[in-house]
Design a protein around this ligand. Structure first.
Ligand code: NAD
Ligand code: UFG
Length: 356
């Protein structure tokens, strides 16, 4: 399971925050909402539901125990819609109208690596333009705190393993990764130009799993691109067998090694007025494809037939992080191991064989 973990550490303990969550109906966003509310905060979700389902938000509300999660179905490229959200959520303090959002957690974006190679324009347009409009509207309304969902892909084929935040950004192998890398630069420059901004760049490694309840989880459209949803769909009988993309990498068993994690999202740095902060969000532990498959079979008692296939274009051998910086500065540490991730991913899939 993937305890979406929000390190909401505040300078003033128990300070309530109201957070704008773009892409909040998606996989990471929906889990983050639960942690936000658990920590005593509130949120408003803006999502165009391109890759998600309203049912996810209904279930999130049920898990939190509130009638509904505040939600506006809109595209973040739609400036008028975003303006309206900010205006409608502003408040009056000492006779002045002030912005009603303490921060934005920005998840909205297209994220399929392979698809981005086939549809570069759509990826650049959605991810770049969406973020430009969002940042501009935030700026005009005086909301200058953002947590951006970046990715380990910005390291390309990493220069060092485990990857620290100081590791140079590498050559991205696909348009999706390019958008993350460029948006990191845009937000870095923005913060440099206007130090009122607090920008946290979270470089997620491989989030997998699901909420322990089995009510929300990963629900990809079509054939899953990622390893874990593919495995769970084999387990549930929707797909015949897993293709393992390459067994000739320079890794212990020849299959690709990644840093699978159930966590995410940190607001602490913003509360500390961090300026610009970058964190790797991973466990520091690398597992191979076959490690994941074998653990899934052992923990869940279901068979996962697989066959070795050629390498997938653009893949790298090994990618896992050094999580020391997030641990030191945020007091954040991944809490669950691969067994829990496999158990909870399967719990979600078997209870929801066709997703939402
Ligand atoms: P997801 O597709 O489940 O969620 C993204 C959400 O954004 C979806 O609900 C989608 O409908 C919405 N969206 C997309 N474009 C939008 C737009 N223009 N306006 C409004 N809503 C829009 O993806 P996820 O796995 O939850 O990932 C969330 C973020 O984290 C993404 O930015 C992704 O690139 C990043 N990330 C994910 C992973 C991963 O492995 N899941 C790894 C690294 C980084
Ligand atoms: N794999 C298979 N078979 C599959 C799917 C994946 O063998 O059907 C292998 C891949 O070759 C790789 C490993 O499983 O070795 C993990 O692959 P994923 O597609 O699950 O994840 P990636 O590491 O390629 O990419 C993911 C997200 C990106 C994100 C990146 C950050 O998809 O959006 O993690 O590390 F940027």
């Amino acid at each position: 399971m993937f305890k979406f973990f929000v390190v909401l550490l505040q300078a003033e303990k128990n300070k309530h925050m109201n957070i704008l969550v773009t892409g909040g109906a998606g996989f990471i966003g929906s889990h983050t909402l639960i942690e936000l509310y658990k920590a005593g905060h509130t949120a408003l979700v803006v999502d165009n539901l391109y890759n998600s389902n309203r049912e996810a938000l209904r279930r999130v509300a049920e898990l939190i125990g509130i009638p509904e999660v505040p939600f506006v179905q809109a595209d973040i490229r739609d400036r008028d819609a975003l303006e309206k959200i900010f205006v409608q959520n502003s408040k009056i303090v000492n006779g002045k109208i002030v912005n009603g959002f303490d921060a934005c957690i920005h998840f909205a974006g297209l994220k399929a690596v392979g698809e981005s190679v086939a549809k570069p324009l759509e990826y650049y347009e959605n991810n770049m333009n969406g973020s430009f409009v969002l940042l501009d509207v935030m700026r005009w309304h005086g909301c200058k705190n953002i947590i951006f969902s970046s990715s380990a892909t910005v390291y390309g084929d990493p220069a060092v393993i485990p990857i620290t935040e100081d590791c140079p950004k590498g050559q991205c192998t696909n348009p999706y990764g390019q958008t993350k890398s460029m948006l990191e630069q845009v937000m870095t420059d923005l913060q440099k130009a206007d130090p009122e901004w607090n920008v946290v760049l979270l470089r997620y490694f491989n989030p997998i799993g699901a909420h322990a309840s089995g009510r929300i989880g990963e629900n990809p459209n079509g054939i899953p691109n990622n390893l874990m949803p593919y495995i769970t769909q084999v387990a549930v009988g929707k797909r015949e067998r897993l293709g393992v993309f390459g067994n000739d990498y320079p890794t212990p068993d020849g299959t690709g090694v990644r840093d699978y994690i159930h966590v995410v999202a940190a607001l602490q740095a913003i509360e500390r007025n961090a300026g610009l902060a970058i964190y790797n969000i991973g466990t520091g532990q690398g597992y191979s494809v076959l490690d994941v498959v074998k653990t899934f079979i052992r923990v869940n008692g279901v068979d996962i037939p697989y066959q070795i296939m050629p390498r997938r274009a653009g893949d790298i051998a090994t990618c896992y992080c050094d999580p020391a910086k997030a641990a030191k500065e945020l007091g954040w540490k991944a809490q669950f191991g691969l067994e829990e991730m496999c158990r909870d991913a399967w719990n979600w899939q078997k209870n929801n064989p066709n997703g939402y």
